[in-house]
Write a protein that binds this ligand. Structure first.
Ligand code: RFL
Ligand code: PHB
Length: 389
């Protein structure tokens, strides 16, 4: 097989890039290690920034999101008994859309057949070759049979554990990492959300997030120790601890029910620089990870691939290399801003097992600043709704 851009990974980065390239008349093939059903079973992000919404519009996959997505104009933050509402509309005149990553992925998958683009699911042993030349290729096996895909460029959209970043010579890459001493236990249920806005809350027992997927489907998270297993958390235990960590007036409104899904995600900050090596371009979680407290991971991924689609368009349409040569630097500027924001919010809203009295006072004071100074609230709003890509 031969194509212009070989895309590794059919998560939101790979699928969105495939659509955007198609809109610009650039041929592409996506190779995905798992099945389509498996990709759709991963419950992850929920908050879409304006530029992500714009990306889905450009990709021709925004219709259902506009119909079913919930528009949020603010967010509630709680810190023990302190409370602040950050009003996005008032502070920065913008909003965010709550629409699950699963649905984004489904819409992009559904849009792909009309483009004639090939997606190979359950592609095993994907390996990248000659990435330091202008004629790279990818090999893989499908149903035990060996295949080769020749291309002009490779887009590594294969997440944190993918093969693309590992194909870059180690002495070219510099990685920055912070692993946090806790994880998030998430629960999805067909119960009405406890609030009509997202609630991020810090309690001495740990952080809580009340999120949602629709007016009848809720998504809740609890900070848990890294050693905890999903089996340690029956639904009953989850609901009891969630109620315990929420203020009494919110806890009484909580509607509980059987979980549809429960999983634990570790929290990590990670950036690998540069995001391009010769003919290989990294995008999304393949290049960077943020702790989910800032709701930035999917949005960064959508920003990267919009940049990359522009760069390839410039190359194929205008024979200009400016976009592809500037890709890494352009993305990393925005990535580091989101990394800082996600790290700051993680420090602000979690209970750190080894923090001392002084650090706890600093954390509380940082929170109070949001009520005391208009600028602190504005900065938070500006970062939460997202910066242009
Ligand atoms: P993905 O989604 O990991 O997709 C990568 C795809 O590549 C495939 N793959 C391979 N394919 C072929 N060959 C190989 N060798 C391969 N290795 C891997 C994988 O099977 C997979 O299908 O990366 P992508 O596309 O870059 O998307 C990134 C997002 O998924 C991620 O950043 C977000 O989910 C992060 N995130 C959130 N982001 C937000 O913007 N807002 C949120 O509210 C938000 N909440 C979250 C989150 C992530 C969470 N978890 C579980 C880490 C909440 C949680 C709990
Ligand atoms: C979610 O709904 O899954 C979600 C929302 C906001 C976050 C993280 C996850 O910050």
């Amino acid at each position: 097989m031969k194509t212009q851009v070989a895309i590794i990974g059919a998560g939101p980065s790979g699928l969105l890039l495939g659509q955007l390239l198609y809109q610009n008349g650039i041929g592409n093939v996506i190779l995905e290690r798992k099945s389509g059903e498996y990709v759709l079973s991963r419950i992850r992000a929920g908050v879409l920034e304006h530029t992500t919404v714009q990306g889905l519009e450009k990709a021709g996959a925004a219709e259902r999101m506009h119909k079913e997505g919930l528009v949020y104009t603010g967010v509630e933050l709680l810190f023990n008994d302190q409370h602040v509402r950050i009003d996005f509309e008032k502070e920065v005149g913008k909003n965010v859309v709550v629409y699950g990553q699963t649905e984004v992925t489904r819409d992009l998958m559904d849009a792909r057949p009309a483009t004639g683009g090939v997606t190979v699911y359950e592609a095993d042993n994907v390996a990248l070759h000659d990435i330091d030349t202008a004629a790279p290729y990818v090999t893989y096996t499908k149903d035990g049979e060996a295949h080769r895909l020749d291309c002009g460029f490779i887009a590594g959209c294969d997440g944190f554990h993918g093969v693309s970043r590992q194909s870059i010579p180690a002495d070219v890459l510099k990685s920055y990492e912070r692993v946090y001493p806790f994880g998030w236990l998430g629960l999805l249920s067909d119960t009405p959300p406890v609030s009509d806005e997202l609630i991020y809350a810090k309690h001495d027992n740990g952080f809580v997030l009340c999120s949602q997927r629709s007016t009848t489907r809720s998504r809740y998270y609890l900070q848990v120790p890294l050693a905890d297993k999903v089996e340690d958390w029956s639904d009953e235990r989850f609901w009891a601890e969630l109620k315990n960590r929420l203020p009494a007036e919110t806890a009484v409104k909580l509607v509980t029910g059987p979980s549809l899904e429960k999983s634990i995600a570790p929290l990590r900050s990670f950036v690998s620089e540069p995001m391009r090596y010769k003919s290989l371009f990294l995008a999304g979680d393949a290049a960077h990870i943020v702790p989910p407290t800032g709701a930035k991971g999917l949005n960064l991924a959508a920003g990267d691939v919009q940049c990359l689609a522009d760069a390839f368009d410039d190359y194929y349409r205008n024979q200009s290399r400016a976009g592809i040569d500037g890709y890494s630097e352009r993305c990393l500027k925005r990535v580091w801003v989101a990394e800082r924001f996600s790290w700051y919010r993680t420090k602000l809203l979690h209970t750190f097992p080894d923090s001392d009295d002084f650090e706890r006072k600093m954390q509380e004071t940082e929170f109070n600043q949001l009520n005391l100074t208009e600028n602190a609230a504005k900065t938070l709003a500006e970062n939460y709704v997202g910066l242009p890509y």
